[in-house]
Design a protein around this ligand. Sequence first.
Ligand SMILES: [Mn+2]
Length: 356
Amino acid sequence: MIMTLRYFGPSDSIPLKYMRQVPGVKGVISTLYDTKPGEPWTREAVHALKTSIEEAGLALSGIESVNVHDDIKIGLPSRDEYIENYIKSLTALGEEGVRMVCYNFMPVFDWTRTNLAKPRPDGSTVLAYDQKVVDSIDPQVFFNQTDANSNGFVMPGWEPDRLAHVKELFEAYKDVDAAKLFDNLVYFLKAIMPVCNKYDIKMAIHPDDPAWPVFGLPRIITNQENILKLFRAVDDVHNGLTFCTGSLGTDLNNDLPGIIRASKGRIHFAHVRNLQHFAPGLFEEAAHLSADGTFDMYEIVKALYDIGFDGPIRPDHGRTLWGEVCMPGYGLYDRAMGACYINGLWEAIEKSSTRK
Ligand SMILES: [Mn+2]
């Protein structure tokens, strides 16, 4: 595996030179922050991003995300034009040697949390989720609250210009059920597989977060069954998964090490973190350590090791602690500890393994 951190470009509050000082971190995962979904990327822009990262002694280990335009997800006639643009973006990435692209296929909202700064007993704050809050709030109000509580940072998936018109987006998705959304995903993947094969770009879909429908919107990448269904529908190694413990782990029916083993060969990127569950639909993000949350992180990392996972991995949302002012979930301190912890697990598993 290649240990990485997520990097939010020149406006990130954490400089690349700090990220490089985290032991074992070889690269960052980033994206172009001045392009909108649907806009084609240029090779020059990708080259400039890559160069800025390499000058800091790190590698651009993949993209999170190349966003998919809503017209593709909805299946509008205009989708073909947007798919052509997506292919142009992949071509620019391929020409610059970028081989992993994370994306998601969630309608309207990206990841959803109801509290961005819930205090934990240790005095840190974390992102948290309560289904009761989601069930009782208007989506537009919910968006405005999330935006207002982000410490002034624009959070990935919550870009104000896109979400200024939540009502219109809901209207556009009103006839899109889970089956249609899945068909539209397959249509998209089939169209981009030739360019992915040409440049060996591994597409890694991010699971839906949380792993069930929210605000009445369908969710289709939520468990082992529908992940394997997607692999079969487009049976190409370049159609793969971002294995995200924090997203798939929102549903306690998901056996995380089991999903990893079932997805052997198709996991191209991994997000590893822990959650503390209190009841179904009520959880908060924990420190990475197994003892701090619900999941056995040793078993998760061991499963990744056992399937021969060799892609980029990153600690995911961390707690906010030690007085750091940062984008919720994306401070340096707890992610640095998460990277060290995952590295420690990996080293111990590797040294005690008989796998060659
Ligand atoms: Mn994730």
